[in-house]
Design a protein around this ligand. Structure first.
Ligand SMILES: [Ca+2]
Ligand SMILES: [Ca+2]
Length: 238
């Protein structure tokens, strides 16, 4: 068998780097994680996750989205101001850094770019993260169609505030639907509660909410075909 020396050299270099703790090895990266399909007028979350990252002290990046399709959820009651709904993850508050410093704002107060900054506080060492959530962003799905969420100006920092190289910064694609077929109680999940809601309609009750857009056979009525559809879905037969 023909061997190529280059992969071996790379592996040795990686092992040395890991053993000495000098740099992250392998595919260090930051990625967005969310469900590929969402429902119009419903809130959903996008997790920003770190993979194979060593010694991270902070994150600074922009999250760019199409404001025709998506809106960052605003937790501020005043319509004049937007305070993005962004939750800190479980990475930067580890190992004696109870408080992290989280900043998030829409760039120039204009929808379309969310500016994120998150660091450990004080004289703490960096932390490692593999598959862990750095931060969670809450969006509202506003328009039916396909759209993307991407990183811009990405940066991960070590505790001496020098940049950490992340091999990839991957965003997310989201398809926004009018409704999920079978989501009869309109909570964006298709589960047994939907079958029960359909059966309640059959029994002459008027459950609320009742999502007519979840009609599966498009006859304008919620009933047995929807209950049947949901039970098949729950059983994994669809
Ligand atoms: Ca449901
Ligand atoms: Ca129907």
């Amino acid at each position: 068998m023909r061997t190529n020396g280059k992969p071996f050299v790379t592996i040795v270099a990686c092992l040395l780097a890991v053993l000495t703790g000098s740099v992250p090895c392998g595919a260090a990266g930051v990625s967005m994680e969310t469900r590929a399909q969402q429902v119009k007028d419903h809130e959903f979350t996008v997790k920003v996750k770190a993979d194979s990252v060593l010694g991270a002290y902070g994150l600074a990046c922009d999250v760019v989205y199409d404001p025709q399709f998506l809106e960052v959820v605003d937790i501020d009651a005043s319509p004049a101001k937007v305070q993005p709904k962004v939750d800190e993850g479980v990475v930067f508050n580890q190992n004696g850094a109870a408080t992290t410093f989280l900043r998030s704002a829409l760039q120039d107060a204009t929808p379309g770019t969310l500016v994120l900054g998150l660091t450990r506080s004080g004289d703490a060492a960096g932390v490692d993260a593999d598959g862990a959530t750095l931060v969670t962003i809450h969006f509202l799905a506003r328009k039916i169609g396909a759209t993307n969420i991407q990183f811009a100006r990405p940066g991960l920092l070590a505790s001496d505030l020098t940049p950490i190289t992340a091999g990839s910064w991957s965003g997310a694609s989201v398809e926004i639907l009018k409704a999920f077929q079978g989501d009869i109680n309109n909570d964006t999940n298709v589960d047994l509660m939907d079958a029960i809601t359909a059966l309640r309609v059959l029994a002459g009750q008027k459950p609320s909410p009742l999502n007519m857009d979840a009609d599966t056979n498009l006859d304008g009525v919620i009933g047995f075909p929807e209950a049947h559809f949901v039970l098949q879905k729950v059983a994994g037969a669809r």
